[in-house]
Write a protein that binds this ligand. Structure first.
Ligand SMILES: [Zn+2]
Length: 143
C-alpha cells in the first residue's frame, strides 16, 4: 500500500495536464511506514528524456535520479517509485511499461490525462519476475 497526501496527488495531476499530449514523468521518494506501507515524502519531476515519441513513452532524466539519491543520502527516505502519465489512455500499465521493469521493487504511479485534466491516478507494482503488474491501493493521508 502507498500513502500519499492530496498535495502529492494534485502535483502529479497538474504535471500530467501540463505535459499533455506528451507523457510527464518523475520520481517518488518515501519512507517505510510499516512493512506493508510506503509513505510518499517527495514528488520529484523530471523532463521526459525519452528518445522515442514522448506521447507514448517516458524516461526519467538520469541526472534527476542522481541528484535525488544525493539529496536522500543520510535520511530515512529512499527512492520508492516513479510516476508517468498516459495521455488519452487509461491509468493502466502498457506492454511497453512492462518491458521497462528493471527494478521490480519500485512502485509505478500512472496518471490518466485527457485534455484538459487528469482523470485518474493508480498505483502498481511489478510481480517479482516482472511478468505482470499488480494494482496497489493508494491511501490519502493528512499533510
Ligand atoms: Zn505507461
Amino acid at each position: 500500500m502507498i500513502a500519499a497526501t492530496e498535495t502529492h496527488m494534485a502535483e502529479i495531476s497538474k504535471m500530467a495536464a501540463a505535459a499533455y499530449p506528451a507523457e510527464c514523468c518523475g520520481l517518488l521518494a518515501g519512507i517505510d511506514n510499516s512493512d506493508k506501507e510506503v509513505r510518499i515524502t517527495r514528488v520529484v519531476p523530471s523532463d521526459n528524456v525519452s528518445q522515442t515519441d514522448t506521447r507514448d513513452s517516458f524516461e526519467v532524466d538520469p541526472k534527476v535520479r542522481f541528484d535525488l539519491m544525493r539529496a536522500l543520502e543520510g535520511t530515512e527516505e529512499r527512492i520508492v517509485g516513479h510516476y508517468h502519465s498516459h495521455p488519452d489512455h487509461p491509468a493502466e500499465p502498457s506492454a511497453t511499461d512492462l518491458s521497462m521493469v528493471y527494478e521490480p521493487e519500485l512502485f509505478w504511479l500512472i496518471a490518466s490525462v485527457s485534455k484538459p485534466a487528469t482523470t485518474d491516478i493508480k498505483a502498481f507494482c511489478a510481480s517479482p519476475d516482472a511478468s505482470f503488474f499488480v494494482p496497489v491501493p493508494i491511501r490519502i493521508v493528512k499533510e
